[in-house]
Design a protein. Structure first.
Lengths: 137, 137
DNA sequence: CAGCATCCGTACTGATACTG
DNA sequence: CAGTATCAGTACGGATGCTG
């Protein structure tokens, strides 16, 4: 438990780490976290976990993503080095997306977060009901 | 490693878990993740990690949050059962915010994610530079 | 001290139509 | 198949002023 306390303090320190111009908002860790916590990034990374996929294959796997958002998010993931893009010069063209080593390394921390959410979401929903009931009264 | 593969498959399953009306977008796990990944929630949870704090104390600790967002985010965290709010009927009023057991339980998964970001952000920034240089060429 | 209410700009998103 | 381009709606977030 004191181990937890120590690592927690370290985490807070990392989180306060300022960016180039010294502003808290430029903390590189926060920047990364913002990126990966957008609406679709995580979902795509998870879909790619089992192996390479083609554009429309990913699209079918995530029915409620728009084509624009898929393109855009894949490009960001590629830019961040989490996903690689390979074009096969066939007709019609085929493009494969695959997690890089960096992308794969994200799976573990993320899966831990998902496990937390899965273990606790009922508790959270109960808390919300209680809170809302309280608010009415 | 096959252990990782097994837990990963479980995570994907959780992530596909549909909500009440069966739509993917209502996946309870995704709902929770959306919540905690907003601009300020995590920051506040981290600030509260060492112990209870008062409203303006938190505000000073996070200089770039507006009063509106602090109020709003604290209310959401309270609604989700992650933070407790205690009012001391003094003049002027004092209000203390503190992590609940549920809030504390989030520290570990989150700290793991922060540690990942801290260990990798330089690699990500390098990937971005490379990508942008490539795009120009 | 600890909020609430309002206004307003912008950034994110989706729908739609078009291309190599 | 795998995108690009454009437009329009919305939700997020900040600045400001006011209250118990």
């Amino acid at each position: 438990m004191s181990d937890d306390a120590a690592r927690l303090e370290a985490v807070v320190t990392q989180f306060r780490k300022a960016g180039i111009n010294g502003a808290l908002a430029d903390c590189p860790v926060r920047g990364i976290l913002d990126k990966i916590s957008d609406k679709w990034s995580m979902l795509i990374v998870l879909e790619l976990a089992p192996g390479a996929m083609r554009f429309n294959q990913i699209r079918r796997a995530i029915p409620d993503i728009s084509q624009k958002m898929l393109t855009q998010t894949l490009k960001e993931l590629q830019r961040d080095g989490l996903v690689s893009r390979t074009v096969f010069p066939t007709v019609p063209p085929a493009v494969e997306y695959e997690l890089t080593e960096l992308g794969v390394s994200l799976l573990r921390p993320f899966s831990i977060l998902v496990e937390w959410a899965d273990a606790r979401y009922q508790q959270i929903e109960r808390a919300r009901s209680d809170f809302d009931a309280q608010a009415v009264a």
